[in-house]
Write a protein that binds this ligand. Structure first.
Ligand code: MLT
Ligand code: MN
Ligand code: ZN
Length: 309
């Protein structure tokens, strides 16, 4: 199974268009230790020819252009794409806006939780993806389903499961508990290769590594995990936004409740942070925080990084 990180940044990317934080300034200036990152997405293939995207970011056009595997192949019809399906972990702008880049009457399938499909259905701009070409399939919870799209069996199954999180920002109900979040608003995905049974997890948004999630991930071969923030308060401390990580539905890397501590005893063979916010000090490869994460056994995801499992 082949996996390519199309985008390793969080919403806004790195640098973010309107951000003048130290990291964004450094990456714009081309300082050593900093690399630009597009917004959160992976591409996965069992056969190298047919691909599923996990999330569709607003940067998808440039991500496809940078990925030779995602171009039409020589000998394909005049309109063709190796992208046969897209699976969504939530309804956030950084994970769904790229669907609009996939217009142009090309067949593929969209897989998402029922509540995310409702959010798409409520927004007529997505009808540009004609339903007869782009079927929308509801992901059942905790059940492996084979991925199909454009008449192709991708040779992969997907098992979606709810993780602690938050409803998409634009759907928040400020008067409701946890802003109106319910189970299924934030999913983890396990992708399983049919031929070998090999599997990995993709969890770009997660508010807490609870016991159920820890049990599920124990001993996994590979996990791509929410690397939004290093410190719970880093956006407040940098004067960027008055929100903690918890308020945004993202567990931080550091501290007793952080992801580094939570994964320390899980025996996950390969751990890669993705969805890294531009405020996160790990984005500076020469920072102490970067060294701490590496010493804890984590890789810092980067755009274009490829993993074969
Ligand atoms: C998030 O990951 O918290 C969201 O992408 C925030 C947003 O939609 O801006
Ligand atoms: Mn996001
Ligand atoms: Zn910034």
């Amino acid at each position: 199974m082949r996996i390519r990180i199309l985008g390793s940044g969080a919403g806004g990317g790195f640098p973010q268009w309107n951000c003048n934080c130290a990291n964004c300034r450094a990456v714009r200036a081309g300082e050593a230790g900093f690399s630009a990152r597009t917004q959160s997405s992976l591409a996965v293939s069992a056969d190298g020819a047919n691909w599923v995207l996990l999330n569709a970011s607003p940067d998808l056009r440039e991500q496809i252009a940078a990925a030779p595997q995602l171009a039409p192949a020589e000998g394909d019809p005049v309109r063709a794409s190796p992208i046969k399906a897209v699976a969504l972990t939530n309804g956030d702008v950084d994970h769904v806006a790229g669907l609009l880049n996939l217009r142009e009457a090309q067949p593929f399938s969209v897989y998402a939780a029922g509540r995310v499909l409702s959010a798409l259905a409520a927004n007529p701009i997505f009808t540009i993806l004609q339903p007869q070409l782009v079927p929308r399939m509801e992901l059942p919870m905790d059940e492996a389903v084979p991925l199909h799209g454009a008449g192709v069996d991708l040779g992969l199954s997907i098992r979606a499961f709810p993780v602690p999180g938050k409803i998409a920002l634009y759907l928040e109900d400020k008067s409701a508990p946890n802003f109106g979040t319910s189970a299924g608003d934030t999913l983890g995905l396990q992708i399983i290769e049919a031929k070998t049974g090999a599997s990995f997890f993709y969890i770009p948004g997660c508010a807490k590594v609870d016991d159920a999630l820890a049990a599920r991930l124990r001993g996994a071969a590979l996990v791509f995990f929410d690397g939004t923030l290093f410190h719970e308060n880093e956006m407040i401390e940098q004067g960027l936004m008055g929100k903690t990580g918890s308020r945004m539905g993202h567990v931080n890397m550091s501290g007793a409740d952080g992801s580094m501590a939570a994964f320390a005893s899980l025996g996950v063979a390969r751990k890669i942070y993705v969805h890294i916010n531009n405020s996160n000090p790990v984005l500076n490869a020469n920072s102490p925080e970067h060294a701490i994460a590496r010493d804890a056994g984590w890789e810092i995801g980067a755009d274009g990084m490829e993993v074969t499992l």
